[in-house]
Write a protein that binds this ligand. Structure first.
Ligand code: GLY
Length: 578
């Protein structure tokens, strides 16, 4: 048998679909524009607007059919990592069509590609109907025509219906291909749009397929275990021999996921994706405490991740990855040593009382920053692994809820009604100092949009904005990487506007008048009848709830720190003010 390496398999997949009229599109960012999901969890995430007609694939890709290999991150299975098939970071091969072809071609392409790889299908599954949605008889007939000998299983909504990602979006019945008992390819027929209230409305049929790359590679290589592929073996082989197989897998997975997040400029912290990154790193650092030989290996393991994916993800050429990892390790080590000592004091009796254990684990997290999964790992390392995880998790959850209630009540007293003193979807601030910072960054965001429109023209529109006290993050439509000179020009326009000390003012208007006045607004956003329009001299005019500085000089110095792709046709700029 030919041993296929991961780079060859990537090429085989993309070439196969390119030859059949698909435009190859690069992976989008792990952090999507869609605020209702923390991470990109599927290949179709970046293509959501093409299924609904909100974006035009012909215009953006020159084709209605595209194919990609998408980097993804899912935290739903984080506790399962260590067995033979679960991961947090993984890649997804996919072919997609937005009106270019239908079920017949989607099924035939999949069948042909599987054959080309020399694999044998065990059986396929199709949607047998349920919950008011009709069975997918068309797919069943197509499979029968493709190969009359194939076994076709029919299942309901739980197994053969996929999506949406996030709060709303395209979704629909699926057909799945199983090889050696494992689901290899999920072919989704996006025939519905699920609204936020979970109702389904029919949309024009679109094709969305997802094939887990690690699983496929293992299958093609004839190994049962995803860790025995060239996506993992070189990392695992670096780790100390006295670690258990399971712990090696956890470390390899978590370091890989952390490396990819750090590569995109995510910083470990306490909220959202930043907290996930912190958890991943801290778990590895706990293993460093449990095995002295690991400490000297983690950095080379990170370098190995970069090496494996070199030439595939240019984002990994980022010199800050290792220093950021070490920074978080140092921060954790300063406080966590005590936490680890406390975890080591947990007795057999404590373990038999899930409520008591939950309280101890919660206390260790609150006081020493040692996350519950890290404490669990220490207990496992001591040979305790049959305590009642569910009960103890429930206790931690209850304590956490109580704790949040107390801090919310405290904050309400202080700020008259809110845990955060500012929380629009876009801006968040916990105290007066943070409020001043996000306000400066918010006005800078308006100036940045105005500057980009000056550099590139009036087609540039905001596609996403997220402001923390540390930085602004701004997404907009643009088809390619910005050059250094272009970024510099945009930065200079913003800094000149700051130097000119322009007045920031607002007017309340009727929504229709505001839109007619040419003020920028977000298409698709629901605005009230009366809106505020913020003006910065004649440079910027935007529908916005505020808050903003009153004179641009209050912003300080504006510095662009990063420019990157979010998805096809969408770029992201991060900037700070000093
Ligand atoms: N979008 C199909 C899948 O993720 O399986």
């Amino acid at each position: 048998m030919i041993i296929m390496d991961h780079k060859t398999l990537r090429k085989k997949f993309l070439d196969f679909f390119e030859k059949r009229g698909h435009k190859v599109v690069p992976s989008s960012s792990l952090i999507p524009t869609d605020p209702s999901v923390l991470f990109t969890t599927a290949g179709m995430q970046q293509f959501k607007p093409y299924y609904t007609g909100d974006a035009d694939a012909m215009k953006d890709f020159g084709s209605l059919n595209v194919a990609s290999i998408q980097r993804c991150l899912r935290t739903s299975d984080i506790d399962e990592v260590g067995d033979e098939s679960h991961l947090t970071f993984f890649e997804m091969l996919g072919n997609f069509s937005f009106g270019g072809y239908g079920k017949k071609e989607a099924i035939e392409y999949a069948y042909e590609f599987i054959k080309e790889l020399g694999l044998k299908i065990d059986y396929v599954s199709v949607f047998g109907g349920g919950e008011g949605i009709p069975a997918d008889e068309e797919s069943e007939k197509i499979w029968q025509a493709v190969n009359p000998l194939l076994e076709i299983k029919k299942t309901g909504r739980d197994d053969n219906f996929w999506g949406p990602t996030g709060d709303e979006g395209p979704c629909g019945p699926t057909t799945e291909i199983f090889i050696n008992g494992v689901e290899i390819w999920n072919i989704v027929f996006n025939q519905y749009f699920q609204e936020k209230d979970k109702t389904l409305r029919p949309i024009k049929l679109g094709i969305d397929t997802g094939m887990g790359f690690e699983r496929l590679l293992a299958t093609v290589r004839g190994v049962k275990n995803i860790f025995e592929t060239d996506l993992f073996l070189p990392i695992i082989e670096l780790l100390p021999g006295d670690l258990s197989e399971k712990n090696k897998r956890i470390i390899a997975d978590h370091l890989k996921a952390a490396t990819f997040l750090l590569a995109e400029g995510v910083k470990p912290s306490n909220k959202g994706s930043e907290y996930v990154l912190r958890r991943l790193i801290r778990k590895v650092v706990v293993f460093e405490h449990l095995n002295v030989n690991l400490f000297s290996k983690t950095e080379s393991a990170i370098s190995k991740v970069m090496e494996i994916y070199s030439g595939i993800y240019p984002e990994l050429n980022n010199t800050e990855i290792i220093s950021e990892f070490k920074g978080e390790r140092d921060k954790f080590n300063k406080t966590s040593i005590q936490g680890i000592k406390e975890a080591e004091k947990i007795t057999k009796e404590d373990l038999e009382d899930p409520i008591k254990l939950g309280n101890i684990v919660f206390h260790i997290h609150e006081s020493f920053g040692l996350p519950p999964d890290a404490t669990t790992e220490i207990l496992r390392n001591r040979g305790f692994d049959n305590f009642i995880v569910e009960d103890f998790k429930n206790t931690i959850a209850a304590r956490r809820a109580e704790h949040q209630e107390i801090s919310r009540a405290g904050a309400e007293k202080k700020f008259g009604g809110h845990g955060l003193i500012l929380d629009t979807d876009e801006l968040k601030a916990g105290n007066e100092e943070e409020l001043a910072k996000v306000t400066r960054l918010h006005t800078a965001t308006h100036l940045l949009l105005a500057a980009l429109r000056e550099v590139f023209g009036q087609e540039i529109e905001q596609r996403g904005s997220d402001i923390t006290p540390e930085r602004l993050r701004f997404d907009f439509n643009f088809p390619r990487k910005l050059s250094f000179e272009e970024l510099k020009r945009a930065e200079d326009i913003v800094d000149s506007a700051i130097a000119a000390d322009m007045t920031v003012s607002f007017e309340e208007m009727d929504l229709e008048d505001a839109k007619k006045s040419g003020a920028r607004f977000l298409p698709g956003e629901k605005y009230p009848e009366k809106v505020k329009v913020y003006f910065i001299g004649a440079l910027s005019k935007e529908l916005c709830g505020g808050p903003h500085v009153s004179k641009t000089s209050e912003i300080g110095t504006f510095i662009i720190t990063k420019e990157e792709a979010v998805s096809a046709g969408i770029r992201r700029i991060r900037a700070i003010v000093k």
